[in-house]
Design a protein around this ligand. Structure first.
Ligand code: PRP
Ligand code: URA
Length: 207
């Protein structure tokens, strides 16, 4: 299934990303904030465990998210600010990394680095702001499934209708939580209206 956010705060933040005056530091901070909101939507019914803590009035059993069951995996580069944002909410979550680069002529992605912890029995939160053709996401999900992930939840900021449909068709068991699905994929495989190249915007490498 996919769930596009209906939260007006999320839409407001996405529109800040579209504005070319939003410089890279604010761009990354905005991606962090959107990611924390959509992660909390995605994890709203995630399993909890009881933990005993010491409060100002003494011992108390409380329910906490079972972070040991979770692995955060950003697709670098553009997924990095998503990881930074979610780690502020869940600082003890484990992380793994996939680095992919899309060939801008063919739009095919290539995996060039991976460092993934043991995924047996884990839920992966897969983090990539952009779903254009969907190729990077499909290949990453293939990789994570082949490495034992029990469940995969994809968190994304902007998608094209084409890319989101393609991911769903390839991996119907993966839940997609996305801030906004835009109008279309253009002839250069960019999302329209979109925000440009998310990696370049985040890391100031457009020119
Ligand atoms: C961008 C983006 C996605 C991918 C989406 O990354 O962050 O990973 O393109 O396109 P797709 O759905 O057609 O595969 P890019 O390969 O440009 O690398 P970057 O993060 O280093 O900028
Ligand atoms: N990658 C991006 O960062 N933006 C797009 O529109 C497509 C792929």
């Amino acid at each position: 299934m996919y769930k596009e956010s209906t939260n007006v705060v999320v839409k407001h933040l996405v529109n800040r990303l579209r504005d070319v005056r939003t410089a890279s530091s604010e761009f990354r901070a905005t991606i962090e904030e959107i990611s924390r909101i959509i992660a909390s939507e995605a994890l709203s019914d995630f399993p909890t465990i009881s933990q005993n803590i010491t409060t100002w009035q003494g011992s108390l059993d409380v329910d906490v998210i079972e972070v040991q069951k979770l692995v955060l995996v950003p697709i670098l580069r553009a997924g990095e600010p998503m990881l930074t944002g979610i780690l502020k909410t869940l600082p003890y979550a484990r992380s793994g990394f996939l680095a992919m680069k899309r060939d801008e002529e063919t739009a095919k992605s290539r995996l060039f680095y991976e460092n993934i912890p043991n995924l047996d029995g884990k839920t992966v939160l897969l983090l990539d702001p952009m779903v254009a053709t969907g190729g990077s996401l499909i290949d990453s999900i293939d990789y994570l499934k082949n490495n034992g992930a029990k469940k995969i939840i994809s968190l994304n900021v902007l998608g094209s209708p084409f890319g989101v449909k393609r991911v769903q068709e390839a991996h119907p068991d993966v839940d997609i939580y996305i801030a906004q699905i835009d109008e279309r994929l253009d002839e250069n495989n960019y999302i329209r209206p979109g925000l440009g190249d998310a990696g370049d915007r985040a890391f100031n490498t457009a020119n």
